[in-house]
Each structure stands twice: as structure tokens, then as C-alpha cells.
Design a protein around this ligand. Structure first.
Ligand code: FAD
Length: 561
């Protein structure tokens, strides 16, 4: 075919972590690379995220004194993942994750540290209760991005303070427990933000990049050094298949079709179908609500559809990275709830006023349980987070900040917060049977007073304890809710993205329904069916594989290092 508007070696669709990593490794192996992005902002959900990556056997974990074993990591993932995920895909991840991280840290400004963050199912064979498989990025100075910082996505409202101030994971505990020096550091960070002049006069963006902003920002800095272009507002429309192979794609540029030939291949890295309501209803009925997804609004499954149209297979489309989320009316996504559920002084109940899960379990497990409960009983969408006066003034609850009077919060937050002088009064305000809610609270309180949760075992697993209040003993996750006023806030069965998608092999190549690789086509991140199946083994198992398979795919395409 000769009617191409442009030719490159590698065309990358989507500018999240998976796409930027593939582009960078491709460029480093002397390929001519182009990244096209549908939105007018780059970085995808990756930039809005915590930026955590789950990497077994990394050099940095070793330096921190943690000796990992890749066979243990494989055993751990294999047991949790779905039966239809091939061993080879899991093995490829386990084997390539640490080399990927070594490469990333050597070739970009992105630096990671291993954290004592327990695996989500640390008690399973091969799991790590000590953690050190989850890694978090160090903050970066975003000034090096020049004008590109203006089009980098903001951190999620769930991962920033007041919707604009970026914070690092290590600052979470400092703020949460108002540890020594917390106010000084907060004031210093705010001063730095407001005194970033003259930039502050034209942008709300925090140029101290942390978490997902640090990951995406650092990758882009490295791409800029290599001169790799990233075109915004250039969505993929269709793939061009000639014979067996995919040879190019049609994108939309300036409102017109634009044909790009890719000599070595195309990497589909356009995320999941997070915000495609119809696709969710058809494929993932357990997770029907696009509104509650934490994914960015431009993730509508376009490149899964484009892949299917040229014969690619799909897998586990029913699945999502499930999570309980708060939803503030008017916002374009749900706010992931991670820490709050484990802190003492709160419980979650369904619309019948009953607890039905261990609130402190990982967000994925809680999200799945809520979704299943809703499908089976119709009383968990929303559930209610119930908390007492002490909790209200000590800890945040989603968008509600401690030490800040309710009246100082936005209208959206005020509209979802309910208050009652007693549990019975609160029950009336949220339409729950007062007697049942009161009985559930009494049952919980009786156990919590002894540091026990005989019904759901909250605070027993290593992961539960990590987010509990370590100062509160004997169980850092449990305290009776005994002094009013009491509060309630709706919490929804949501997700942080879908994770079923195009079927790929251990090299990141897209395969057809029979498992045969389609030459010239690769998929990474949430665009591909995850090697985790329907599970969530630990913090960073979505970005870790996105980066790792981006690295693997680009090396396969270029035969490079
Ligand atoms: P994305 O980062 O979403 O990138 C996809 C890009 O493709 C987007 O920019 C999109 O606009 C673009 N695109 C879509 N359609 C087209 C098209 N037709 N043409 C061109 N471009 C297109 N995961 C972790 O592992 N660790 C964490 O710490 C973590 N924290 C999180 C915190 C929050 C608050 C949230 C919401 C999520 C978190 N996640 C985390 C999940 C993680 O962010 C996502 O799973 C991950 O970012 C997906 O990466 P991706 O590269 O596949 O897609």
C-alpha cells in the first residue's frame, strides 16, 4: 500500500505508563517512534495513579535487605491468577520485571524505592508479608518537562491534597497521624506550590511531581531527550491488516483520517474500557457503572474494538481492578478508597444496615465483594461508611478532611455527608432500618473493645494492619463507635480500570482466537488481558506489568536490549 501519510518504525497508541515505556525502549534501540494520544492531556490513568509497581526480586529490594525468590513470586501469582492465563505470561512478567526496573532507573530520571508494603494475600504460598515487592517512585522536579507539564494529567483527586497539591507516599503517614513536623512540611510544600512564580499565575499544576505524575513525567523527560514526538488529540480509529500482519493504523489528526505505516509494529497501550458504558454493560455486568471507575474519561476501549476487528482474541473481559470508591457529584470518576477502611472508628454496612465484609481487606477484594453482594442481593450500591465523632476529627474519609469544618468543604462533599446524634438518627437519614444498624454497631463494638472481629477478622492479616493505626492496640484496625455524633458517607462498588482485553503472549504480541501471534501487533497495560486474571496480588500489579510488557514488547520488536 502506498497511500500512507507517514511512516515510522514503531507506532504507540496511548500515553500511559505502558505506552511511554514501550516508546522509550523502542527509541533506545534506534527505532523511529511516534506516540499518539486521544486526549488533550497525556499520561493516562497512570499519571493520576499512585505510581506503585509490584516487582519481585528487584535490585533496590535487595539493597533494602529483602532477598526475594522468583519461583516464590511465580507460585504466588499462579495460584491467584485465572486458569485461562498461560504460565508463560506470568513467568515472562516475573522474569522481566526486575530487569525492566533496572533499565528504567538507569535510563530515565524515574527512581523507585522498595517499601515494606505486604502483598495483598501475603498468607498465601509465595506471598511476602514483609513486602518489598511494591516499589514507589521518588518525587521529581517537573520543571524539566518545560511546556509539556501543562498537558500532563493532574493527579487523581484521591491521590492529591485539595485537588492540586501532590504528595508522596511517605508523607501519607506523616499527614495521617500528624506526626512531628507534619504542619511545617505541609506549609513548606504549600509555600513551594504557591511561590512557583510566574508559572503559578497561568497553571494550577504542581511541578513537584510525585506518585503517578513522577512516573509519567520522568518517562516523558527521557522521551523528550530522545526526540520522540507525542501527538495529542490523535485517536486511533482502525488498524490496517495486510495478509497475516498488521502494517499500520488509521488515526484521526486535525479531524481527518491520517494513515501511519509502522515498519516494526504497533503497540496498543490505550487502557481499558473504563468509561465505555455500553461495553461495560455487555462484557462486565458485575462492574456496570462507568461513572464510578477511576480511569480517565478517554479510556473507552477503542483499541480493544480495533483489535477485535482485525481478528485479535480477547480474554477476561468480565473483569476489572475492583475497588470501593467515593463519588462526589459532578466529578468525572470515582475516588479510590484505600486507607480509611482499615482505620479504627469506622465500619461499612450495606443498605440493610449489616456488615458483610472485612473492611480492611485490599480494595480489590472489598470491591469484588461489594459488586457480588449487589448482584446477589441488590443492597450494596451504595454501601454506607459509618464513622464516629473521633474518627471525623482524627482521619480523612475520602474527600472529607479532618480539622476542616464540614462547612469549609465543597457543596458536593457536603451533599454526600450525613450526620446523626445517635446511630438510630443516622440510620433514619440514610434510609436504613435503625434497629438493624444499631444491632450491627453493637455487635461490632463488643468485639472491637477486645480488639477482635469474630465475624470478619478485620485487622488480622498483614495487609489489614499496614493501613491500621499502629498507635492503637491491641488491634490497629478496631475501635468501638461509641460517641456521637455519627456520620455516614455512601461508598460504591467501583474500580480503577478494567483489566480484561486483547489476548497476548509472553512477548506482548497480540494473538488471535487460536493463540497464534498476529505479526506487527502488540498490546500492553489494561489494553491487554492481564496476567493477573481476576486477582490483585499486591500494590502495583497493574503498572508493574504495563511497564514490564512495554519493555518486553519493544525489545521483541527491535531485537534490542
Ligand atoms: P492509561 O494510563 O490509562 O493510558 C491509556 C492512554 O490511552 C490514555 O491516555 C488514553 O487517553 C489513551 N487512549 C485511549 N483511547 C485511545 C485511542 N483511541 N487512541 C489513542 N490513545 C487512546 N496501579 C498500580 O499498579 N499501582 C498504583 O499505585 C495504582 N494507583 C492507582 C491510583 C488511582 C487513584 C487509580 C485511579 C488507579 C491506580 N492504579 C494503580 C491503576 C493504574 O493507574 C492503571 O491500571 C494503569 O495506569 C493503566 O495503565 P495503561 O498504560 O494501561 O493505561
Amino acid at each position: 500500500m502506498s497511500d500512507w501519510d507517514k511512516e515510522v518504525d514503531i507506532l504507540v497508541i496511548g500515553s500511559g505508563a505502558g505506552g511511554l515505556m514501550a516508546a522509550l525502549v523502542g527509541a533506545d534501540n534506534r527505532a523511529d517512534v511516534l506516540v499518539v494520544e486521544k486526549a488533550d492531556k497525556w499520561g493516562g490513568t497512570s499519571a493520576t495513579s499512585g505510581g506503585g509497581i509490584w516487582i519481585p526480586g528487584s535490585d533496590v529490594a535487595k539493597q533494602a535487605g529483602f532477598e526475594d525468590n522468583l519461583d516464590d513470586a511465580f507460585t504466588y501469582l499462579r495460584k491467584l491468577s485465572a486458569d485461562n492465563v498461560p504460565d508463560d505470561n506470568i513467568r515472562a512478567y516475573v522474569d522481566n520485571a526486575a530487569p525492566m526496573l533496572r533499565w528504567l532507573m538507569a535510563n530515565t530520571p524515574v527512581q523507585y524505592m522498595a517499601f515494606p508494603y505486604p502483598d495483598y494475600h501475603a498468607e498465601n504460598p509465595g506471598g511476602s508479608a514483609k513486602g518489598f515487592r511494591t516499589h514507589l517512585p521518588s518525587p521529581l522536579d517537573g520543571k524539566a518537562l518545560g511546556a509539556d507539564i501543562r498537558t500532563l494529567r493532574f493527579a487523581s483527586p484521591a491521590a492529591s491534597l485539595f485537588g492540586y497539591l501532590n504528595w508522596h507516599f511517605s508523607e501519607t503517614y506523616e499527614l495521617l497521624y500528624r506526626q512531628k513536623g507534619w504542619m511545617k512540611n505541609l506549609v513548606r510544600n504549600m509555600a513551594k506550590y504557591w511561590l512557583d512564580l510566574p508559572f503559578r499565575l497561568t497553571s494550577r499544576k504542581d511541578r513537584r511531581l510525585t506518585l503517578g505524575n513522577a512516573l509519567a513525567g520522568g518517562l516523558r523527560m527521557a522521551l523528550n531527550c530522545k526526540g520522540v514526538p507525542l501527538w495529542l488529540e490523535t485517536p486511533l480509529k482502525e488498524l490496517v491488516r495486510e495478509g497475516d500482519a498488521v502494517t499500520g493504523a488509521v488515526v484521526e489528526k486535525g479531524g481527518k483520517p491520517y494513515r501511519i505505516r509502522a515498519r516494526k509494529g504497533i503497540v496498543l497501550a490505550a487502557g481499558g474500557f473504563d468509561k465505555n458504558q455500553a461495553m461495560r454493560a455487555d462484557n462486565a455486568p458485575l462492574y456496570p457503572a462507568a461513572r464510578y471507575s477511576g480511569g480517565v474519561t478517554s479510556n473507552t476501549g477503542d483499541s480493544i474494538v480495533a483489535g477485535e476487528a482485525i481478528g485479535a482474541g480477547t480474554m477476561n473481559m468480565q473483569s476489572a481492578w475492583a475497588a470501593p470508591v467515593f463519588y462526589v457529584p459532578g466529578e468525572d470518576r470515582g475516588r479510590l478508597c484505600t486507607v480509611e477502611r482499615a482505620l479504627p472508628g469506622c465500619i461499612m454496612v450495606n443498605q440493610s444496615g449489616e456488615r458483610f465484609l472485612n473492611e480492611a481487606a485490599s480494595y480489590h477484594v472489598v470491591g469484588q465483594q461489594m459488586a457480588r453482594r449487589q448482584a446477589e442481593h441488590g443492597d450494596a450500591d451504595p454501601c454506607w461508611m459509618i464513622f464516629d465523632h473521633e474518627y471525623r476529627h482524627k482521619f480523612p474519609m475520602g474527600p472529607l478532611y479532618p480539622l476542616m469544618p464540614t462547612a469549609m468543604h465543597g457543596k458536593g462533599v457536603r451533599s454526600i455527608l450525613k450526620k446523626g446524634r445517635s446511630i438510630e438518627e443516622l440510620a433514619g437519614r440514610i434510609g436504613v432500618d435503625p434497629a438493624r444498624l444499631s444491632a450491627a454497631v453493637s455487635r461490632f463494638n463488643a468485639g472491637a473493645a477486645k480488639g477482635e472481629d469474630p465475624e470478619f477478622h478485620r485487622g488480622e492479616a498483614a495487609y489489614d494492619k499496614m493501613y491500621g493505626d499502629f498507635r492503637h492496640q491491641p488491634n490497629p484496625c478496631l475501635r468501638p463507635l461509641d460517641k456521637g455524633p455519627f456520620y455516614a458517607m455512601p461508598i460504591y462498588p467501583g474500580d480503577i480500570g478494567t483489566n480484561g482485553g486483547l489476548m497476548t503472549n509472553a512477548r506482548g504480541q497480540v494473538v488471535d482466537g487460536e493463540g497464534k501471534a498476529i505479526p506487527g501487533l502488540y498490546a500492553v497495560g489494561n489494553n491487554a488481558a492481564s496476567a493477573m486474571g481476576e486477582s490483585y496480588p499486591g500494590a502495583g500489579v497493574t503498572l508493574g506489568p504495563a511497564l514490564t510488557f512495554g519493555y518486553v514488547a519493544a525489545r521483541h520488536m527491535t531485537g534490542g536490549n
